[in-house]
Design a protein around this ligand. Structure first.
Ligand code: SAM
Length: 367
């Protein structure tokens, strides 16, 4: 990457030409997972610059001047005035936004961070303050109007919204467009183009389907584009905000065969085992579902033992993982009952050593 900060900035940790990054990641995954899979590892590449639709920077103050800052490789912070990995809408606004804020003492003082979230059509910035912001609503509204963006300002216990806290996204999955509402305060896949490829891959994994159980479903990123492959879907997730958006996203796309429920993985396991009743499940009869597919996309810690013991009873498991180390640990257990039949690498995090994988597991009891 042709970035002037690459030797100091701690964010992009893989400083190789992009084709070599692909080789590096492919070789690493092939080596780590050779005991589980002998077939072809598909690689879904990213743009090497302007690909991240979510980014957060610190703000460094020097008297009346401010600068964006990132964690450094050797020193604590590095001052930056641009970032090549953020998507082009974020890259274009970074410098003018900083100049605007710098000139306005009310906006500038005690600002310690800025988060950017972009979609194909919209941009939201979240300004983080160490001060009381109650009287500054007008200033944030003017900023939002000036740049034609949405603004959220946060300080301890206070959140001011100028415009909207939700963004509209459009994803193109296997030639069909899906609409999503997403926002600050809940999980969002960071690389939109690779996310589109990842959902398409997961959808292509589905053959001979009945119902699907999806755990860790977020705002329905996989669930909604995959809904037409199934008779019914049960989708669960711990975050209230994500489930609120998932319900809106179902309506937006005219989909009516998904039940979204806010339940942690552990709570769902208790519900299936019949050891605890949940009000949230009052209108749902779990025994009506006949799952042919389980989709899991857990956080970096991977799957809990209770989840592994539950999902290994089903024919097909689609496992999306953002951490090869916990994926490998979980596959040691799952490969006792299942065989890996497809393996994909999604380069969500170009220029870093992070790797996202997709694995399709088929029960050894099925042909
Ligand atoms: C890697 S994200 C995937 C989200 C979604 N599949 C997507 O593509 O946007 C993991 C999700 O798991 C949720 N989560 C974290 N811990 C959980 C738990 N113990 N039980 C259920 N969901 C959890 C997070 O809120 C987050 O939405």
């Amino acid at each position: 990457m042709d970035c002037k900060f690459v030797s100091e900035c701690g964010s992009c940790t893989l400083n190789l030409p992009y084709t070599e990054q692909i080789e590096f990641k492919k070789e690493y995954i092939e080596r780590e997972f050779k005991d589980f899979y002998a077939g072809e590892f598909e690689f879904f590449a990213s743009e090497s610059i302007y690909y991240r639709s979510r980014a957060e920077f610190g703000i460094y103050h020097n008297k009346n001047q401010i600068s964006y800052s990132m964690r450094g490789k050797n020193q604590k912070f590095v001052m930056i005035d641009e970032c090549l990995k953020v998507d082009s809408k974020i890259a274009a606004i970074m410098s003018p936004l900083l100049k605007y804020i710098e000139k306005n003492q009310n906006l500038r003082d005690k600002l310690f961070g800025v988060e950017f979230i972009s979609t194909k059509d919209e941009l939201l910035i979240v300004l983080l303050y160490h001060k009381d912001i109650s009287n500054l609503k007008c200033e944030f509204d003017t900023l939002a109007q000036e740049f034609k963006i949405f603004v959220i300002a946060r300080s301890r216990g206070k959140k001011l919204i100028s415009g909207s806290e939700n963004l509209k996204e459009r994803l193109n999955i296997l030639q069909r467009e899906y609409k999503f509402i997403l926002g600050d305060g809940a999980f969002i896949q960071p690389n939109r183009a690779v996310n589109e490829k990842m959902i398409g891959w997961a959808k292509d994994c589905v053959k001979d389907s009945r119902d699907m159980l999806e755990m860790y479903c977020g705002h329905g990123n996989f669930t909604i584009p995959m809904a037409d492959k199934f008779s019914k879907i049960l989708a669960t997730e711990i975050s209230k905000k994500s489930i609120e958006n998932a319900l809106k996203n179902c309506k937006l796309n005219g989909i009516d065969n998904i039940k979204f429920i806010r339940l942690s993985a552990d709570e769902l396991m208790q519900a299936f085992a019949g050891v605890r009743e949940f009000n949230r499940l009052k209108k749902i009869n779990l025994s009506e579902f006949n799952f042919s597919h389980i989709l899991v996309d857990p956080p970096r810690v991977g799957l809990e033992t209770s989840v592994i013991n539950f999902i290994k009873n089903y024919e097909n498991i689609i496992y999306i993982s953002c951490n090869p180390t916990t994926l490998k640990e979980n596959l040691k257990e799952l490969s006792k009952s299942h065989k890996v039949s497809k393996f994909a690498i999604f380069d969500q995090f170009a220029n870093t050593t992070h790797i996202e994988c997709g694995v399709l597991l088929r029960s050894k009891n099925e042909n």
